[in-house]
Ligand binder design. Structure first.
Ligand code: 0X9
Ligand code: ZN
Length: 422
């Protein structure tokens, strides 16, 4: 090819990628402080009324920060509203496009990856993570197994990896971990990758955790959304199936789409344009059907279900739809206690834990409620991993190692309690 043609090709490629990517030029991120309960209520009112303000995070307690992502044309509007309610705010990011471009650069590989993936090197893509699972299964054929359990709306294969100690004993208890139910929570598939590598490669170090338990890991529930958050819209949360009810809005919140107490409007939304849209019916999404099917297939052996989310340092126990406590709440608290304690002892980081409805906010149709409420899995929870970057959802690559290693300390400590209890 002539140099002119090469230049033209590069130009067109750049043009294409800048056109394809949602342009956050001059979008801002503001932190908002609600100092007391009244201010918190006002803020929640704003969240409800002003759906064109994109709240990335809404504080659950007074004296903690909320975050809003705002296009340049709505900035003035936002400031007027915040003034009116006397809410203090600070401009955190002047131009979100710059932050995102930097992140994209950090995540553009210079060469194809080597397997098993080095989790701390960058955020990997769905295909690479699948490839990692296949690689481990090939390398350790007597201990590690991969299965495709279903497909996303856009036909991406949804795989699980089962890790055993290779003693061939069937019907052991199961620990089931899923990740990336929410697309933008990139640190969670990294966590899942770390766990699968650690338990496969260093299985001798984790003898006790694998003696009577097999681990099943689904590193990416919402693969379509995750890929979309890499390719087009960094802050995408939901799945990607177009809504049956609206021409303009896509996707359902998978963590509001499970069939237990599904469809309550306290804790989820009936509006297909909202980030917590619960879907047209319970399990309307192929991705939640797959998680459901995994849970059902192993329900009698599954003792712990852990859903990885970010962010905010929470261990969230059922229920989300009520502050009534499930029967085995205190068993779950024993597990959460151990996780939070192990983390604070090692890094001083504080986790808040307890009933989701009370310590965070109401959620209905979430996966942990389904695991406990419908399938009687004894220990079910979501963990909100630590925040990073300006939005909270984008820890820079150099922070992956610290976050993942710290979280592993907590997960391991919780697994030890589960293994002792069952
Ligand atoms: O709202 C959610 O779905 C979770 N928070 S997030 O910021 N990652 O979106 C909390 C879910 C708590 N639910 C469970 N108990 N599973
Ligand atoms: Zn989440």
């Amino acid at each position: 090819m002539s140099p002119i043609k090469i230049l033209l090709a590069i130009f067109l490629l750049n043009l294409y990628s800048s056109l394809a990517y949602k342009d956050y030029k001059n979008y801002k991120i503001y932190d908002i402080m609600a100092e007391n309960v009244e201010q918190l209520e006002m803020l929640q009112e704003i969240v409800k009324l002003r759906k064109n303000f994109d709240f990335l995070h809404v504080a659950k307690q007074p004296n903690s920060l909320s975050k809003v992502l705002i296009p340049p044309n709505l900035e003035q509007d936002l400031c007027i509203v915040l003034h009116r309610y006397a809410l203090n705010y600070t401009l955190l990011v002047e131009d979100v496009a710059e932050v995102i471009n930097k992140e994209r650069e950090e995540n553009s590989p210079e060469s194809p990856p080597t397997y098993p993936l080095n989790v701390f090197e960058r955020y990997y893509r769905h295909e690479e993570i699948n490839e990692n699972m296949e690689y481990l299964a090939k390398l350790y054929p007597s201990r590690v197994f991969v299965k495709t359990f279903g497909w996303t709306y856009e036909h991406r294969p949804l795989k699980i990896i089962s890790i055993t100690n290779g003693d061939g004993r069937k019907n052991k208890n199961i620990i089931f971990i899923d990740a990336a139910m929410h697309a933008r929570e990139w640190i969670t598939p990294s966590m899942a990758l770390f766990i699968m590598n650690e338990l496969s490669v260093n299985y001798q170090t984790h003898e006790k955790l694998l003696q009577d338990f097999d681990w099943i890991i689904m590193p990416m529930v919402n693969a379509d959304g995750y890929e979309y958050s890499h390719e087009e819209n960094r802050y995408w949360r939901k799945t990607r199936r177009p809504s049956d009810l609206s021409l303009d809005c896509y996707g359902t919140d998978p963590n509001r789409n499970f069939g237990y107490q599904w469809g309550l409007t306290e804790g989820a939304s009936a509006d297909p344009c909202d980030d917590t849209y619960f879907g047209e019916k319970a399990f309307s999404e192929p991705e939640t059907q797959v998680v459901r099917d995994i849970m059902i297939s192993y329900a009698d052996r599954m003792k712990w279900y852990l859903s990885l989310h970010s962010y905010g340092n929470y261990i969230l126990l059922p229920y989300g739809h009520t502050d009534d406590l499930p029967e085995n709440y205190f068993d779950m608290m024993d597990v959460a206690d151990a996780g939070a304690l192990a983390i604070i002892m090692s890094t001083n980081n504080i986790y808040t834990y307890g009933n989701t409805y009370s310590v965070m906010y109401p959620t209905s149709g979430d996966s942990a409620d389904y695991a406990i409420g419908f399938l009687n899995i004894p220990i079910a929870m979501a963990i909100e991993m630590p925040a990073g970057g300006f939005s909270g959802f984008d820890p820079p690559v150099r922070q992956i190692e610290d976050i993942v290693e710290e979280t592993w300390i907590g997960i391991r400590a919780m697994a030890e309690v589960v293994v002792d209890k069952y």
